[in-house]
Design a protein around this ligand. Structure first.
Ligand SMILES: [Zn+2]
Length: 459
């Protein structure tokens, strides 16, 4: 799991730990490329070589690992570097190998820390292949000093292949550029440009960075605000209620995602239908029909992901701004234990979805200078947040405490997450403020007392 730039931390043993300063501020800008016909052919050929290199070296390393748990990194590096340096240029062949090295090193460090990890990262497996629909996934990797972004002329310059490719899209971030990836999706080409936001000097010697290695985008800082107060909030994530937020001053926020859920189930159903078709095609060995079904499935997922991401970003912006206005400086985010236990076959998109939601929220909180911690909820829905006793969950959505009161189950969840974080909970809750997350953004739900925040929520 790639964590967003260092500001998210696991809550070890559920003790509040002092957050380290965010170490990295790397954000990735994605722009659409418009290569000419000849350029397209060339990029495809190079991206295919780049993917072959990655998959071949990774295959050999996996074989070694499964055989005797050891990997000869240097030997495999040298072997495949020799094989591909002429095709890709030595700098870019190195960049691909470096990417595989990084995947292995994060795998080994996960393996080493396996017992202290939250459950959802416990199913660690060696790095996989670049594959999509059972074909190579075409990605061209370009070392950070082998390309230039010309903001004035709106072209991406690939130095080793003397290509100047027009691009469209906003360059959001200003700072030192990282390893470029050109992704090919059908007939569309995208450049993923990582930017170390605000950094204009070399890491070690602190000398000024060469201008050509700096992307001159719009913002040179990730964090644009500082917290106004020191309140603590906790967030419970779900599918019906995308986010339930409690603040230690008693504020409760609901973010309902009805269209998100409808989208989600619509896609699940469609995918199930396609899987059935795929199985039928396999039975009669209809390779072409099977391929068609597979790419249709891929298209569906991409559409779903795009829509979910759009909703998550809208939710994250609204949520972060609201918490900042309320004076919150620390947030505890609950990660559902049930989801954390899934191994990622049937519910792959579900897991993906939660991770993206967590990422979107923590990235945005960071912009407001709010610290975020991730806590895995084990029994939070089973216990009353106020009394710590086992509750009954009925009717749906409400918990009944044996001590004679009832509580909205999502609020109970959020309060329990806060309790895990700061060892205390909130005694008096204000009337919840409800919002709807839809394609039109985030809107207050009628009848909800959103005016309590002084009308500041008309975002
Ligand atoms: Zn109770």
């Amino acid at each position: 799991m790639t964590l967003p730039s260092g500001q998210l931390q696991y809550h070890e043993e559920r003790e509040p730990i002092s957050p380290a300063m965010p170490e990295g501020n790397v954000r990735t800008t994605v722009v659409r490329l418009f290569p000419s016909g000849a350029q397209q052919k060339k990029i495809r050929r190079l991206a295919d070589a780049s993917a072959r290199l990655y998959n071949e070296v990774n295959y050999e390393r996996r074989q070694q690992f499964f055989k005797d748990k050891r990997v000869d990194f240097k030997g495999t590096w040298d072997k495949y570097y020799e094989k591909y340096k002429r095709i890709l240029g030595s700098a870019n062949a190195q960049a691909v190998l470096q990417k595989d090295n990084e995947a292995w090193s994060s795998f080994f460090s996960l393996l080493k820390n396996k017992d202290s990890l939250p459950p959802f990262t416990k199913h660690v497996s060696p790095p996989g292949y670049w594959k999509e629909n059972e074909k190579r996934k075409l990605i061209l990797v370009v070392r950070q000093d082998r390309y230039e972004v010309d903001e004035e002329r709106r072209v991406l310059i690939l130095k080793d292949w003397k290509m100047e490719i027009p691009f469209a899209g906003r360059l959001r971030w200003f700072g030192t550029q990282g390893r470029l990836e050109v992704h090919i999706d059908g007939d569309k080409f995208y450049a993923h440009i990582p930017v170390d936001v605000g950094r204009v000097t070399t890491k070690k010697s602190k000398r000024p960075m060469k201008e050509s290695l700096i992307v001159h985008g719009e913002r040179d800082r990730v964090q644009v605000k500082t917290p106004k107060g020191e309140k603590v909030a906790s967030i419970d994530l779900g599918i019906n209620m995308l986010a339930t937020v409690t603040v230690d001053d008693g504020t409760v926020l609901f973010y309902r995602g009805s269209t998100v859920k409808a989208d989600y189930f619509y896609f699940q159903k469609k995918v199930a239908e396609l899987d059935k078709l795929k199985a039928e095609a396999e039975k009669v060995q209809e390779t072409e029909a099977r391929e068609e079904v597979l790419s249709e499935r891929e298209r569906l997922f991409k559409r779903l992901y795009r829509r979910l991401l759009h909703h998550y970003r809208a939710l994250s912006s609204h949520l972060s701004k609201t918490l900042w206005q309320l004076g919150v400086s620390t947030v505890y985010l609950g990660y559902p234990y049930s989801i954390s236990q899934d191994k990622g076959n049937k519910f792959t998109s579900n897991i993906w979805s939660y991770r993206k939601l967590v990422e979107a929220i923590t990235d945005k909180l960071h912009e407001y200078g709010i610290k975020a911690y991730l806590t895995v909820e084990y029994n939070t829905s089973r216990l009353c947040a106020l009394h710590g006793v086992v509750v009954e969950r009925k009717p749906r959505g409400v918990v009944s405490c044996p001590l004679g009161h009832r509580l909205h189950s999502d609020i109970n969840g959020a309060l329990n997450i806060m309790k895990l974080g700061i060892k205390r909970t909130v005694n008096v809750l204000k009337k919840p403020l409800s919002f709807l997350v839809s394609s039109n953004g985030v809107t207050p739900v009628k009848g909800s007392n959103t005016s309590d925040l002084g009308g500041t929520l008309a975002l």
